[in-house]
Design a protein around this ligand. Structure first.
Ligand SMILES: Cc1ncc(COP(=O)(O)O)c(C=O)c1O
Length: 388
């Protein structure tokens, strides 16, 4: 298997080689790498709930009551009362008839898309959709129409030209994971209704963050009743692991019968389910956690912009610092790490070629002192890497 060494060397030459940072311990907003404490500015743990005492307590209580694993697929041995309880809570949080949980967001996206469309159908997908959506589209065997990022004219054109397909699904990230911008959902929903297509939104980065109740982009835009498939993760702002799909009772029944990544995969572990249940309660009862996320996001974005970084004009806890080429991106990430800030470089294929960036994410758990320290580090690292 000589090709392994050749291909790895090729990745190095292109600045695309990836390595995992060995984290020794974490306290939510900071972790220790190689004995050194670093501020985390890259986590999707937006609300810091992985370390919220009530969420941690609930995870431990779920282990005491249900054990460490669920032992099988929900359709065989793993369907515990805890899973049903979480699905009821998610449905009420999302304002839908039902919900179904999956082991991960990746599993949810591939399972749902494959279940809903196949040969003879068409999926229309935003060019910047997450890899799990892209893989779900490929695996479904439906035809794929990719429209330019948030380009509603192109989406409409594709809908007009594709009337003969059996089913047409429009699928989009609600909040784009690498850019932090929102999908134009009101326009997407209007186009879908006009052209008899249906809509799936991936709220991985919106769940717990966007909307009046933190219930995601449908909540944010007031479109709860007009989006047929609402997917989201439990692994980001909710501080747990796994994912959900919320929608009509019939959709949920259909997915139980047709989503292969649900049918042929072990049910989520009790600790993750217990943690997600507690996270939903904390979200409802402690709105100040979400408020501090947005305050921190505004403060950090303004600070980064004012020192000359190229940061898009969005209001989002995801703040991409656009660099461009892979080597400069990694140089900046390395300089930040030397300054005690962990914010890794993001390169193709995660983002389009030539758009390498540092994807900064802010958390409620960051204090003003943390953010001041981060800005100081960005100023010094940016100058050293020649980015500002
Ligand atoms: C938009 C989007 N969808 C889906 C996923 C996959 O979720 P998970 O990490 O739970 O597999 C992610 C996470 O990386 C994501 O950013």
């Amino acid at each position: 298997m000589d090709f392994l060494a050749d291909e790895l060397e090729d990745l190095c030459k292109k600045g695309l080689y990836r390595q995992m940072a060995p984290v020794d311990s974490t306290q939510g907003a900071r972790f220790v790498i190689g004995g050194r404490e670093c501020l985390i500015l890259s986590s999707n743990n937006y609300l810091g709930l992985t370390h919220h005492p009530e969420v941690m307590r609930a995870a431990k209580a779920a282990v005491d009551e249900w054990g460490t694993g669920s032992g099988g697929s929900r359709l065989t041995t793993g369907n515990y009362g805890l899973h049903g309880k979480l699905e009821q809570e998610i449905a009420s949080f999302k304002g839908t008839e039902g919900a179904i949980v999956f082991g991960s967001g990746y599993a949810a996206n591939i399972g749902v898309i494959q279940a809903l469309v196949g040969t003879g159908d068409l999926v229309l997908s935003d060019r910047l959709n997450h890899a799990s959506i892209i893989d779900g589209c490929r695996m479904s065997r439906a035809e794929l129409g990719v429209y330019s990022h948030r380009d509603m004219d192109q989406l409409e054109k594709l809908l007009i030209e594709s009337q003969s397909y059996r089913r047409r699904l429009i699928v989009t990230d609600g909040v784009f994971s690498m850019d932090g911008d929102l999908a134009p959902l009101p326009d997407i929903v209007c186009l879908a209704e006009r052209h008899q297509a249906f809509v799936m939104v991936d709220d991985a980065h919106a769940t717990g963050v966007y909307g009046r109740r933190g219930a995601g982009t449908a909540d944010y835009f007031g479109l709860e009743a007009r989006i047929q498939v609402q997917m989201g993760t439990l692994s980001k702002a909710l501080g747990s692991a796994g994912a959900y799909v919320a929608g009509s009772a019939r959709l949920i029944d259909y997915l139980v019968n047709r989503a292969r990544s649900f049918i042929f995969s072990t049910a989520p572990a009790p600790a993750a389910v217990g943690a997600a249940l507690a996270a939903l309660r904390v979200l409802r009862e402690q709105p100040e956690i979400r408020e501090s996320l947005w305050t921190n996001a505004g403060f950090l974005r303004k600070g980064l912009k004012s020192m000359g970084y190229h940061v898009p004009e969005e209001d989002s806890p995801i703040i991409p610092i656009m660099v461009g080429d892979n080597h400069s991106t990694m140089k900046l990430a390395g300089a930040l790490l030397e300054e005690g800030v962990y914010a890794p470089g993001i390169r193709p294929p995660t983002v389009p070629r030539g758009t390498g960036r540092i994807r900064v994410t802010v958390m409620s758990a960051h204090t003003r002192e943390d953010l001041d320290r981060a800005l100081g580090a960005f100023a010094r690292a940016g100058r050293r890497a020649g980015v500002i």
